[in-house]
Design a protein. Structure first.
Length: 414
């Protein structure tokens, strides 16, 4: 009891010291918490290392009964993928999960939290438990509660009451609204058009330079081209949702439903999602050290569409495209963001599409110059491979005339 009390006291003191110091990194005080907390899934480092050894040498004979039980567990529950320990799939988790050692738990949670642009504890936990083994919900809550960005951005206001709206399929009803960003413009962009499908919660964001009807109609045209015309578009009574946009919607037979301007009771879904968009944009700006939020709209859109939504119980992209793992896994892969990875060639009989190796043939610039006989006209052809700054030496001789022509011209002038 005394040892446990001293350990808990050390954890509390470490956390307090980190918070008083104002440090944004609580990793150094997370490890004592993980050791003190109860977690049946967590594997101690010594046992984690033994599992590695047993899987590397499956023919090795156990030295005692304890090692025999550990070997049986290693072969039945775990596997090595790229020399990394993974928990085998089960009924709740169809994909192998990486076994997180104690010293990697904080970094793993923090990375998932940042990848989701500072999502809440429930969404972060959903992402963590699908890909990692050895981390509990309490661990996720412990780390997120100490995130400085989330603490500064945590709203004090309660959520607005919603009027229930029932939809039975995707794109049956979409809600559209404008997010006012004039207080912190990104270049010429001062507004964001937010379109959200009521059924799947799928989000689309479009930066706008103004809130006139014409640019809004132009972005709605892009939306219709990508997702086909919805049956109903629900907006408020703002002037920006009239004029050219009204003509566009009527052209495609889209029903328009107006609510009170800036009314969460009728526009609740998109109004509350506006707050999520603004919060994620603030998190993106803090993480990237940039005020140009227009550059982060794509990342915010991907984060909102690929993280689990509490209402539908899955990610919007899963419900909309009926795909659970492959698409979202691809979005999280390093191949999507690493420019050094080459372009794959599907046809194995063909040469690579492009490589950066020194053996890549470099076409030499070709310059052809032609001088017409008896004329001073010069024709020059330069191949596209010739770059600016190439040195070109041209020697031109004055055109000569024959003696007979010269004498005839002299007699005429004389």
């Amino acid at each position: 009891m005394i040892v446990l009390f001293l350990l808990l006291f050390y954890v509390s003191a470490s956390i307090a010291a980190a918070l008083v110091a104002g440090s944004n990194d609580v990793g150094h005080c997370c490890l004592p918490h993980l050791i003190a907390a109860t977690n049946r899934e967590r594997i101690e480092y010594t046992k984690w290392r033994e599992l590695h050894i047993l899987l590397d040498n499956p023919d090795r004979k156990p030295r005692n009964q304890t090692e025999s039980r550990l070997k049986h567990r290693a072969l039945s529950e775990f596997e090595l993928i790229n020399n990394r320990l993974h928990r085998r799939p089960d009924s709740k988790h169809p994909e192998p999960r990486y076994v997180v050692p104690e010293n990697e738990a904080f970094d793993t949670i923090a990375n998932q939290h940042l990848r989701l642009l500072h999502a809440g504890k429930n969404k972060t936990w959903e992402a963590v438990q699908q890909k990692f083994y050895g981390i509990t919900r309490a661990d996720v809550e412990f780390v997120i509660k100490r995130c400085k960005n989330c603490a500064l951005d945590r709203p004090a206001a309660t959520k607005a009451p919603l009027v229930p709206i029932v939809t039975s399929r995707a794109w049956e009803r979409v809600q559209a609204d404008l997010i006012d960003m004039r207080h912190e413009p990104s270049g010429q962009y001062k507004w964001i058009l937010h379109i959200k499908d009521h059924f799947s919660k799928y989000t689309q964001l479009y930066p706008l330079k103004s809130k006139h009807a014409e640019p809004i109609a132009e972005e709605f045209t892009r939306f219709i081209a990508a997702f086909l015309p919805p049956k109903i578009v629900q907006t408020d009574n703002g002037k920006e949702f009239k004029g050219a946009l009204l003509i566009l919607l009527r052209k495609y037979g889209i029903q328009i439903i107006n609510g009170a301007p800036r009314s969460p009771q009728t526009q609740g879904l998109v109004e509350q999602a506006n707050g999520v968009v603004e919060a994620k944009l603030r998190a993106w700006k803090m993480d990237n050290g940039s005020t140009e939020w227009a550059n982060g709209i794509m990342e915010v859109t991907l984060a909102m569409n690929t993280q689990k939504h509490s209402t539908i119980g899955c990610a919007p992209v899963e419900l909309l495209f009926r795909e659970r793992t492959s698409y979202i896994d691809w979005l999280n892969q390093q191949k999507r963001v690493d420019p050094t990875i080459g372009v794959a060639q599907e046809d194995s009989t063909e040469p690579p599409i492009y490589t950066l190796s020194p053996s890549t043939p470099t076409p030499s610039p070709a310059i052809n110059i032609g001088v017409g006989p008896g004329s001073s006209q010069i024709t020059m052809h330069i191949s596209p491979e010739a770059v600016l700054g190439s040195e070109i030496n041209v020697r031109i001789s004055s055109p000569t005339q024959s003696c007979s022509n010269y004498e005839s011209e002299k007699e005429q002038t004389g």
